[in-house]
Design a binder for this molecule. Structure first.
Ligand code: ADP
Length: 447
């Protein structure tokens, strides 16, 4: 029982008018403030049923989770928002606390600094102190210069042999063509390029909503080329020690150079290549400078045969220096799939499953705003259901249109609409250089 009369009264009022959203929200916040965390969690959940996408309620729920050390649950509550740039800074701080709770120091520090660079009022000195970058014992404290790393310095990233090619990427013809011209032709036909005095080089920055297939495309580009594939995530690079992130970055480039031809793919690159003007801390600027230096290479041939691809959901955060020739000089928009692309993705995802009649077009029509990752989720869940049925029946039952439709109708797509709304805010009035031309029809269109 609650020992606070005011709270009791609030709770009673909420019980009498369960659909009164402002009341329930107020009750949840009061419970949180007074430290009744489990009760607050329950109330935020109830409020979320009334207003499913409300960022304040989601943040409240996440805070209730964080304070109960349910870090994974907190991150799940925040994730749909964190995918869109411009998410509420308070959520960034909560995510940082949850990430730190999970021991993911690098991402925690990134989220925290990103959040307070947008809104200093959400700063949390206690958290900041826990995130303060300690200096690695082996690195001189001042000046905090990145040490040159030995060639065999460990890098978290690993070399893969890609098993997928462009044939495994449904639709996206324009994107595939852009990658082909930029990455594949120069390596496949070097004489032709040499004859025109053009060198292969420069990277491609893919941007678009989360789950639209950027990583899948990068892996397919490597497979198409028969090149090695190095998939670099933030946790492979970001490190709590001053100078260590720079060393990791160098080691990763060296790994790619030792395995050429190689596609070196940076996911969530906005965290490594953010605008330096937004950064408060010198050591984060240093990482950006190191990244630029690695892209340029110490000499002309340093990155020969290393194709650098990067992906971001937030291209507007990237320092313009990265877009200069020889760096990520091509921007490619990876759009959400239209109806026919969705049908093609579904067909691909189901190709090795036991199928009865299957009308992929019908499923594509009811999955407006679903991206590739959402469709994969639908197929995976439908397969699970079918597997259960098959186990009960003692014989394999093939999947049909109805199975996919049933799951699709009960699934909410991730944040494409929100992503496009955010993109609109960023680019509508900032397209002087034409950098966002590919995106324009989407943000001005039906979305
Ligand atoms: P992103 O990197 O843009 O967040 P991913 O590449 O991780 O998205 O996509 C998630 C999953 O969705 C992929 O592993 C793949 O299975 C599926 N997918 C996305 N787009 C396509 C596509 N065009 N064709 C086939 N599968 C796709």
């Amino acid at each position: 029982m609650l020992d606070d009369a005011g709270l009791q009264a609030l709770r009673e009022a909420a019980r009498l008018s369960p659909d009164n959203l402002p009341l329930r929200r107020h009750l949840a916040e009061q419970l949180l403030t007074k430290g009744y965390l489990a009760d607050a969690e329950a109330e935020f959940r109830a409020a979320l049923l009334l207003a499913p996408k409300d960022p304040d309620i989601s943040a409240g729920l996440a805070e209730a989770f964080v304070r109960q050390s349910a870090h994974g649950a907190a991150l799940s509550a925040l994730e749909p928002f964190l995918a869109s740039p411009g998410y509420p800074p308070r959520m960034g701080v909560l995510a940082a606390r949850a990430l730190l709770g999970e021991g993911d120091f690098g991402r925690a520090a990134y989220r925290y600094h990103e959040a307070i660079s947008r809104d200093a009022s959400v700063a949390d000195p206690e958290l900041a102190a826990r995130l303060t970058t300690p200096v690695a014992p082996s690195v001189p404290a001042a000046p905090a210069q990145p040490a040159t790393s030995p060639a065999d310095a460990p890098s978290g990233a690993e070399v893969e042999k890609s098993k997928v090619t462009f044939a495994d990427v449904a639709g996206m013809d324009a994107v595939k063509e852009a990658l082909r011209v930029k990455l594949l032709l120069p390596l496949q036909q070097p004489e032709l390029f040499a004859a025109y005095g053009k060198r292969a080089g420069g990277g491609v920055l893919m941007y678009g909503p989360p789950g639209a297939g950027k990583t899948h495309l990068a892996r397919a580009a490597a497979g198409e080329l028969g090149a090695a594939f190095v998939n670099v995530g933030l946790s492979d690079i970001l490190d709590m020690y001053v100078g260590s992130s720079e060393r990791n970055l160098r080691a990763t480039f060296d790994l790619a150079r030792r395995n050429r031809p190689c596609v070196l793919f940076f996911d969530e690159v906005d965290a490594l290549a953010a605008r330096r003007s937004d950064m408060r801390q010198a050591h984060t600027r240093q990482l950006v400078n190191q990244f630029l230096a690695e892209l340029d290479g110490v000499d002309q041939d340093a990155n020969e045969g290393v194709l650098v691809l990067a992906a971001t959901n937030a291209p507007w955060y990237i320092d313009v220096a990265f877009r200069r020739p020889g760096r990520f000089d091509q921007l490619v928009f990876v759009p959400p799939p239209d109806t026919s692309a969705r049908a093609a993705i579904l067909r691909l995802l189901c190709r090795d499953k036991p199928l009865a009649e299957m009308d992929f077009d019908a499923v594509a029509r009811v999955t407006d705003h679903f991206v590739g990752a959402d469709l994969k989720g639908v197929v995976d869940r439908a397969v699970e259901v079918k597997l259960q049925q098959s186990i009960s029946a003692g014989r394999p039952i093939p999947m049909n249109t109805h199975d996919l439709l049933a799951v699709a109708q009960n699934t909410r797509p991730t944040a494409v609409r929100e992503w496009l709304a955010t993109a609109r805010n960023y680019v509508l009035h900032a397209n002087e250089s034409g950098a966002w031309d590919e995106l324009m029809p989407w943000i001005k269109g039906k979305w």
